[in-house]
Write a new protein. Structure first.
Length: 157
């Protein structure tokens, strides 16, 4: 997993996580808001493993975990993107990264509960922030993008 940037770090760290399949404007806005949640922070993004996505969501990703990680890390707002553990483990990620802030997406409710419980169990003082959903007018969901592609393709055949 990491850790080129944590050695001797001087800036606070905001950590967030997600699948980031079919990277879209909603993802970019989410990451911008996450980083802005702590002044002068580094943003470290955990990209879910293919096996984790399939196990938790019951579906495969369109893009591989390595492609998704590379695309996320290529974004200017992201300081580092790393793949999560093969076995989903919030505690291990928190221990490894030692974030000052954990940013959650509007749709990460069950993960949010696990994060808060883990932080409490560990006796840590990590701020948890929830980033709201962006405009309904934009294609800001990978699921919605997949549906639109399917519908457009069906019309042309």
């Amino acid at each position: 997993m990491i850790n080129k940037k944590l050695t001797g770090r001087k800036r606070p760290i905001v950590m967030t996580a997600g699948v980031f399949d079919l990277l879209h404007l909603g993802h970019v806005r989410f990451l911008e808001e996450a980083k802005a949640s702590k002044q002068n922070a580094e943003l470290i993004v955990i990209v879910a493993r293919d096996k984790t996505v399939e196990k938790r969501k019951g579906e495969k990703t369109v893009m591989s975990e390595n492609q998704r990680r590379a695309l996320v890390e290529a974004l200017e707002v992201v300081d580092e993107a790393i793949l999560g553990y093969e076995e989903f483990n919030i505690r291990s990620v928190i221990e490894k990264i030692r974030p000052d802030v954990i940013a959650l997406g509007h749709d990460q409710n069950s993960i949010g509960q696990m994060v808060k419980k883990t932080i409490s169990d560990m006796g840590l003082q990590i701020k948890v922030v929830r980033i709201g959903q962006f405009s309904e007018d934009e294609l800001n969901s990978s699921t919605e993008i997949k549906k639109k592609i399917i519908n457009l393709y069906r019309r042309k055949t």
